[in-house]
Design a protein around this ligand. Sequence first.
Ligand SMILES: NC(=O)c1ccc[n+]([C@@H]2O[C@H](COP(=O)([O-])OP(=O)(O)OC[C@H]3O[C@@H](n4cnc5c(N)ncnc54)[C@H](OP(=O)(O)O)[C@@H]3O)[C@@H](O)[C@H]2O)c1
Length: 386
Amino acid sequence: MNQKIDLRNATILVTGASGFIGKRLTEYLTLHYGANVRAMVRSYGPAVHLARLPVEIIAGDLMDPISLQRAISGCDLVFHCAAGISGSDESRRSVTVDGTRHLLEVARQAQVSRFVHISTVAVHGPNPGPIIDERLPLVHSNDIYADAKADAEQWVFRYGKETGLPVTVLRPTVVYGPRSGAWTVGPISGMQRGAFKLIGGGVGSAHHVYVDDVVQALLLAATRPEAVGEAFIISSNSSVPWHEFFGYYAQLLGIELPNLSLEEIALQRQRLKQLRNPVEMALTFAASPRARVLAHQIPGVGASVDLLTKAIPQSTRTTLLAHAASVREAKLNPPKPPKPWIVDYFCAQNRCRIEKAQRMLGYQPQFSLEEGQKLTTEWLRAERII
Ligand SMILES: NC(=O)c1ccc[n+]([C@@H]2O[C@H](COP(=O)([O-])OP(=O)(O)OC[C@H]3O[C@@H](n4cnc5c(N)ncnc54)[C@H](OP(=O)(O)O)[C@@H]3O)[C@@H](O)[C@H]2O)c1
């Protein structure tokens, strides 16, 4: 099973071929290798870019095993790039975990020579410590996406062990480049709408990799016999602080990036806790004009409330009323502090090691951040996004 795979003569299934990484991989496989690619898509709309390539576009849904059976029939190799990225938490999780299981099952039946699965470095958690490498455990961190990816990855290895399916897993860091939703177009459109903020000054480490380098790693993972049964972190040679990574986009747009400080986040969390505190809720209601009106509608109660109110010293009353007013105000516009794992992720300062991929796959990132940004900018301009 662990023979060297010749991409030129293989029939290759790419799931998520309408997505950012899947599409770039499909372009490389067809244009650089002349490979026979079956590009699996859920619907034809997002696949419009694929139509100009010499590929077979095939309809398939990870949640529909029959469609997967059809898509994989006669394939030698699978690149599993699809994942649950949009929709409800439940459906995202299900597409990523159950969908991967469905695909593993049909891949086993089809006896493919290699199943390359794209996981993510996020399976190690938002802040796994000073050094990130493949020896770290897979953890759950309440991030729906990362937790589902960790579970899917575990299924991939379990399948590999139990059925002999030759599997390889890549765990890329932040993949950016032309057509990237999460790390290029998304942040830029957030900045354009004034809805983007750095977190904690953006001093955490951004481990980034240009999309073509991920494609290089995918191709190596598919063709190197020693890659079977292994996971590889895929990133560029260096990292920069987030304020530099996102600052580049901000510079293109000619804006200064606003910052959400850790102090502000702590304050927002505290305010949110107050809003949910039953004593605070009762106090706010008691201090509201509506509570007094209601009290006066109940015989005997209104007078007692008036007496009680008068018994409280004026200064205390003023403080309580001001506090209640601020809670009422906060209720109308409740703070939305970022989730703890997001803060951990954007504040973590660490180093990501790619030595395993370099040693075992011969992976060498070709694109510095500067070059990747330059190519991305050309595309952003051509698409009139900036
Ligand atoms: N981008 C990154 O920075 C990054 C980093 C680490 C790991 N990864 C992993 O890399 C892979 C590709 O990411 P990406 O950035 O290219 O994502 P993407 O652009 O959002 O693409 C996701 C793909 O999955 C497809 N898909 C979703 N639900 C499906 C279903 N039920 N059946 C079949 N296909 C379905 C989508 O098809 P539609 O077009 O029909 O929606 C789309 O083609 C993912 O596994 C992701 O977790 C990405």
